[in-house]
Design a protein around this ligand. Sequence first.
Ligand code: PAF
Length: 279
Amino acid sequence: MKVFSTQDELKSFLQRFSTNKSVGFVPTMGALHAGHLSLIRASKADTDLTVCSIFVNPTQFNESADFENYPITIDADIELLESVSCDVLYLPNSPEDVYKNEVPFSIETGVLSEVMEGKNRLGHFDGVMRVVKLLLEIVEPDKAYFGLKDFQQYAIIKNMVDKLGMKVDVVGCPIIREESGLAMSSRNALLSNTDKKKALIIYQTLKELQNSVEVGEVSDLINKGLEQLKQYTEPEYLTIAESDTLQPVSRLEQEKKYRAFIVARIGGVRLIDNIEIFV
Ligand code: PAF
């Protein structure tokens, strides 16, 4: 795997490579796990060259403690990337290297960024859009891969790419779970073994919702789910929203697509998960 620490070196490599070849891109913040590797594998299956980036983007953290405690495991990450034959890693030597050519922009995100993570982590999606736009401009991939664990992030990036007319296919990849059901996340590394067991309530609650929803009112089910989460976690929200608009709903209608979203803290670690809801 080729490793580049500056965007100029990466760009000149990609310019030499990419005539008539397709490029797939997997942006990450490191602390890689099986979820990230599934994105690399998807990119390798679809494209000629797979580029991964590892950059803990300071502008998307709304809590300085979260940024400071974010796990950094570069040596292990490189080994994992090599184990799945990732072709190129962009490991910027500083935030300035990523941000140096930034041109401010603004786009209409509407309700997509006003609910859930947008409401609870003010400025988070502005930081995500800033960095993803810059990384897409640096790598110029044909396809970029994002995990659906961060479904709202995926929707916001897709919207940004559409609104800016960027020529990249934004691909959402299935959530990868541990055998227990816990969604793979870099933040799981911060959980004690006991807290990891407590965290299973998140997926259990999502599955129960998925199995029990019907057309009509869902407020009681949501409240029941929140009470269940409170036994082991500090829930921030449990929301059922339309999959396309992310508009939260309290009544489900036939033939519409929905997802249930949970954010809960355990031992100070903020965990996020979601599931498709069928009615
Ligand atoms: O999902 C992430 O890891 C980050 O939000 C991303 C997309 C790499 C941007 O920093």
